[in-house]
Design a protein around this ligand. Structure first.
Ligand SMILES: Nc1ncnc2c1ncn2[C@@H]1O[C@H](COP(=O)(O)OP(=O)(O)O)[C@@H](O)[C@H]1O
Ligand SMILES: [Mg+2]
Length: 576
């Protein structure tokens, strides 16, 4: 059934208007493509051409990637040959579809051994093309009424999902590390990437900007409504959004809320809260018998005291949804509790605090790759010392070690890790259950293991580069592929033991006053030292416990990596 021409023209104008309105958000889309995006209708094949192919003509409508030399045709095997002599091929990528309609001799389509190539050869001179945004795909039905290219074969689902996902990555600022994530998605063949950020598009390095289909600037990436608004604009101008993702912990909840608002598949708020809210997380895990510290969300000093009466000191008091150990306190005595209250750290109804029984233990991580809720790969590191000790003792240098061997206690923890993730995801593993998760866990001297917390996002504290170095594989690229295609290829065995040392100073000034022992650290660490970021004198003191400097090491043995870390932290001295 055809839509009346009047409606069609109206819709085309509306799309053109909306494309114009949103153009300034899409500086990343090359100008010629933006212009072409407003064209919708193909001119009919001219009469002469029809005559030339009289009796054996197959007009072909083919979608291809604009501006790219190689033209992947993931749908070509689904080419739709209609009895009336029409073939339809479709693919989706980039900011819009490019439709080519070609007059093809029937023989070429049917007889060619390599159909696609044959078609190309026979139709070079008769190609016409136009672009539509994926939103305009309903108009495909009206491309050429005479040749009846039926919309039925162009279901929205087919066009948007299958092999060409449109990923929206939330990247707050275009910093070096964030740009690595953008670059990883942009480099994936078959992915259309859009970016939402607080930075303007022109802050993106040129080479990267060219590979981003859409960009939308928001005032705050932590505001779900702004993210949802961005998604709506991006879907209108670039195409239906298949995934909304971002690597930072603080983004996980706003992104989940935005997914719910803008109807994007993936983790929704109630699930994200299980990962983000320490109280909800522990309740859900405890209910399913996963070992966690006794805990309570306390809204008053009285509730905190009641919790302490129950579990006894020491306890940990920390924010309900923290990050980087900020605001985490160990309370060992009644006097320490009083001091905390006097210092104004008081739980209230508006600002409750997470109180937990203190677990005296060594601290480890477990990185898990899951596809649709099924764990397919694991890795793990050890923290030296625990983040809490690092926080409590400012002069202590902080290290993360990824051993060469896959062995106990990490292998023993796999079962607990599995149970914890399955419990947190519940039955909703379809899209949400495809993730690289970062779990922190405790191992007590008596062998008891406890889940400390889980992030449904790539690990921080340099674990991504540590895994990349250990396997000689880019884990950011692997994460991008996992999120885009639910795909994970085994990175093989660890070739190295690796480690990170976070360099922190001693002293009371707000900035770095001296750095000593750099040459000695380099000499002692030797070839194991792969990266050394030395803080500069005058540099502002870092706010987080990761400090101002960083060393990454790798060695053929775990002991070698440990020694290299020691060589750095024992020799390099920073003073504030
Ligand atoms: N129940 C606990 N027992 C012992 N140490 C804890 C406990 N909870 C937190 N910690 C210490 O505090 C650090 C920060 O707490 P965590 O829950 O991981 O918060 P964040 O989200 O800030 O990383 C942990 O890495 C650990 O060293
Ligand atoms: Mg933590």
């Amino acid at each position: 059934m055809r839509e009346p021409v009047g409606h069609r023209v109206f819709r085309e104008r509306r799309h053109a208007r909306s494309a114009r309105r949103h153009q300034h958000h899409f500086a990343a889309v090359p100008r010629h493509q933006r212009r072409r995006a407003r064209l919708v209708q193909l001119a009919p094949i001219d009469a002469g051409e029809q005559r030339r192919h009289a009796g054996h003509a197959h007009p072909v409508v083919r979608a291809r990637r604009p501006g790219l030399g190689k033209a992947p045709f993931p749908f070509s095997e689904r080419a739709h040959h209609e009895p009336g002599g029409h073939a339809l091929e479709q693919a989706r990528s980039g900011p819009q579809l490019v439709l080519e309609r070609r007059a093809v001799p029937r023989d070429a389509v049917h007889a060619g051994r390599d159909g696609a190539r044959e078609v190309h050869q026979h139709t070079r001179t008769h190609t016409e093309s136009t672009c539509v945004t994926p939103q305009q795909r309903h108009l495909l039905r009206f491309i050429d009424p005479q040749h009846r290219i039926h919309g039925a074969s162009l279901s929205a689902r087919e066009l948007t999902c299958a092999s060409m996902p449109h990923i929206v990555l939330v990247a707050p600022h275009f910093l070096e590390n964030t740009n690595r994530y953008i670059s990883a998605f942009a480099a994936l063949d078959g992915v259309t990437l859009s970016v939402v950020s607080e930075d303007a598009a022109n802050r993106l390095p040129d080479a990267l900007r060219k590979r981003v289909a859409g960009h939308y600037q928001v005032r705050s990436v932590s505001d779900a409504a702004q993210l949802a608004g961005a998604i709506k604009v991006i879907s209108r101008a670039v195409g239906n959004v298949d995934r909304l993702t971002g690597a930072l912990e603080q983004l996980q909840l706003p992104m989940a809320e935005a997914r719910a608002l803008a109807n994007v598949p993936g983790m929704k708020p109630h699930l994200a809260r299980r990962f983000r809210d320490k109280d909800v997380m522990k309740d859900v895990l405890r209910a399913r018998g996963v070992p966690v510290a006794a805990s309570a969300l306390v809204s008053s000093v009285a509730e905190l005291r009641a919790f302490i009466d129950k579990v006894r000191l020491p306890v940990i008091v920390k924010p309900q949804a923290g990050v980087g150990s900020r605001g985490t306190h160990r309370i060992e005595s009644a006097a320490a509790l009083q001091a905390m209250i006097d210092a104004g750290m008081v739980p209230t109804h508006e600002h409750p605090l997470q109180a937990e029984q203190f677990i005296r233990a060594r601290e480890f991580t477990c990185e898990t790759v899951s596809i649709h809720g099924k764990a397919v790969w694991r890795s793990g590191t050890r923290y030296f010392p625990s983040p809490l000790e690092v926080l409590e003792t400012p002069w202590v240098q902080y290290c993360v070690l990824l051993p060469k061997e896959v062995e106990a206690p990490w292998t023993d923890f796999a079962e607990v890790n599995d149970a914890a993730l399955k419990t947190l995801w519940g039955p909703e593993t379809d899209v949400a259950g495809t993730a690289l998760t970062h779990m922190e866990w405790f191992l007590r001297d008596d062998g008891q293991m406890f889940v400390s917390e889980v992030g449904a996002r790539p690990p921080g504290v340099q674990i991504m580069p540590l895994m990349s170095l250990a396997h000689e594989v880019d884990f950011i690229a692997k994460w991008a592929e996992l999120i885009s295609f639910d795909r994970w290829t085994d990175p093989g065995p660890r070739k190295w033991a690796t480690g990170a040392a976070f360099l922190r100073g001693q002293g009371t000034r707000p900035h770095v006053t001296s750095v000593r022992g750099v040459e000695a650290a380099k000499a002692r660490a030797g070839a194991a030292l792969v990266e050394l970021k030395v803080p500069s004198v005058g540099q502002q003191r870092a706010s987080g416990y990761e400090g101002e400097g960083l060393a990454l090491v790798r060695a053929p043995t775990t002991e070698g990596a440990k020694q290299a870390l020691l060589a750095v932290i024992e020799n390099l001295q920073i003073r504030y």
